[in-house]
Design a protein around this ligand. Structure first.
Ligand code: XMP
Length: 490
């Protein structure tokens, strides 16, 4: 039996970002014509960039900002269902021309002022519509109505502090009409009330202004909302009910495990997809065979699987490959799965996840067949990531930790992200990354690296980028493509 030697000698190279360069292509268009938008299933993203479902990267604030800038933030699942519900609600309520009645925060006039204050702080809103027992609007309570003294906040009742003279608008009114009333009344919020006095929605001033023309939105104009989910079907009916409640605000669930090519995870996901109605992205996987199996041999609800996410062990905080000897670096995994998608189901979107360290890595992923990229590394140090800004040796830093690190695992919500029952082996680390300011600035740099790379490659769109040529760089070539032969140190 001489096959073992072949396992080493005749195998393809597992190449990743620094191993390759894109060859320059003929550019027959102007820089302004480059289009970096892409699709995730039926959803259009003006920026093909996503932030990772990690507890030091994406919660509601990151998700809102990623979506406002045209990308997508996938919120993590290392917390209770209650907290997940809170996050997805905040994202869905964050921006739209009209907030429909189901999503408008309401309160009874008999409730305490303290409750309204708590709701405003937790839902990140500045006013609540007051509705009586018949569900008819009887007032509005805004931050400005909160009494000054703590004892009044604690003991006060909404009906004594709310504004009863509610300036409202009728259902079906145009954006222009709404803007006019808001301007004339100098109000921030405009409840939509029908002829019978029932609440039909809410228009807010901040949502009317088209500050973010590239935002990623659902069909109703709300921000697109994505959440990580375990592939295990929840056993208790209470957990199932919570999941249903969460689903009301979620457009896309991202199956969130290190390695999805597992019978139990696949079966659990099949069951979940039958129970839920949102779209799903499956992952992570790393080979052609895994993609082929998922696409052609499993019983998922086909039209609701919109994408595959790839990369294993290549994240900047990952130790899976070191600890277990198994891995599929992102660029390699991307090319593998891109081929399977071409062969079996061209409608699926491909997300290259993790391992990106430089803007120039993005065009390489697209040249290898990705439709979108996902990163934790680029975003963990931003203002919008969860966690405190600390100062170490005079430098501002934030904590960035792998979901397989001991620090992230202590909460007990993600034991099924890795090998269930494995207690002695962590698969990630926790460390500091430099604080880099607003996510908008990070995205602007990535955007420029991507579009400039596309221009050099001669690709006008992400789709064209898939035709760009990649070459393996020799060790000497790698040295030459870095700054070299200078006196200073890098
Ligand atoms: P970057 O390179 O952006 O990678 O830091 C982020 C991606 O890494 C995955 N991830 C992990 N992988 N152990 C792992 O093996 C971990 O602890 C871990 N935490 C996150 C995940 O896919 C993420 O998007």
């Amino acid at each position: 039996m001489s096959n073992f030697r072949e396992k080493i000698h005749s195998k393809e190279l597992i190449a990743t970002f620094d191993d390759v360069l894109i060859l320059p292509g003929f550019t027959n268009f102007s820089p302004a014509e480059v289009n970096i938008s892409s699709n995730l299933g039926k959803y259009h993203l003006n920026l093909p960039i996503m932030s990772s479902a990690m507890d030091t990267v994406t919660e509601e604030l990151m998700a809102i900002n990623m979506a406002l800038h045209g990308g997508l933030g996938v919120m993590h699942r290392n917390c209770s269902y209650e907290r997940q519900l809170e996050m997805v609600r905040i994202v869905k309520r964050a921006r739209s021309f009209v907030i429909d009645d189901e999503h408008v925060a309401t309160i009874s006039p008999k409730e305490g002022v303290a409750k309204a204050k708590f709701m405003m702080e937790n839902y990140n809103i500045s006013g609540i519509v007051v509705v009586n027992e018949d569900k008819k609007v009887c007032g509005i309570f805004t931050k400005r109505d909160i009494p000054f003294f703590q004892q009044d906040i604690q003991n006060g009742t909404i009906k004594d502090y709310m504004t009863t003279d509610v300036i409202s608008i009728k259902p079906g009114a145009s954006r222009k009409e709404a803007l006019k009333i808001l301007y004339e009344s100098r109000k921030e919020k405009l409840p939509i009330i029908d002829n019978n006095g029932y609440l039909k929605g809410l228009i807010t001033k901040k949502d009317l202004a088209p500050e973010f023309p590239l935002a990623t939105k659902d069909e109703e104009g709300h921000l697109l909302c994505a959440l990580a989910i375990s592939p295990r079907f929840p056993e208790s009916s209470q957990a199932q009910n919570m999941l249903k409640e969460i689903e009301k605000y979620v457009d896309i669930f991202f199956i969130d495990v290190a390695d999805f090519f597992k019978k139990d995870d696949i079966e659990g996901t099949v069951k979940l997809m039958k129970f839920l109605e949102s779209d799903f992205v499956l992952g992570n996987i790393g080979t052609y065979q895994a993609a082929e199996y998922l696409i052609s041999k499993c019983d998922f609800v086909e039209e609701r699987v919109i994408g595959l996410k790839v990369g294993m062990g290549s994240g900047s905080i990952c130790t899976t490959s070191i600890q277990t000897g198994v891995g599929a670096p992102t660029l390699f995994a991307t090319a593998q799965v891109a081929d399977a998608i071409q062969d079996y189901n061209k409608k699926l979107s491909l997300i290259a996840d993790g391992g990106f360290t430089k803007p120039g890595d993005l065009p390489k992923a697209f040249a290898a067949g990705a439709d979108l990229i996902m990163s934790g590394h680029f975003f963990a140090g931003t203002e919008e990531s969860p966690g405190y800004i600390d100062t170490i040796a005079g430098r501002k830093v934030k904590v960035y930790r792998g979901m397989g690190s001991k620090e992230a695992r202590t909460f007990g919500y993600i034991s099924d992200r890795y090998i269930e029952g494995s207690k002695m082996l962590t698969e990630g680390v926790s460390n500091y990354v430099p604080y880099v300011g607003d996510v908008a600035r990070v995205l602007a740099t990535l955007k420029e690296g991507l579009s400039n790379g596309m221009i050099y490659a001669g690709a006008k769109s992400i789709k064209n980028m898939k035709d760009a040529q990649l070459g393996i760089v020799s060790v000497v070539g790698q040295r030459e493509t870095q700054p070299h032969d200078l006196i200073g140190k890098f």
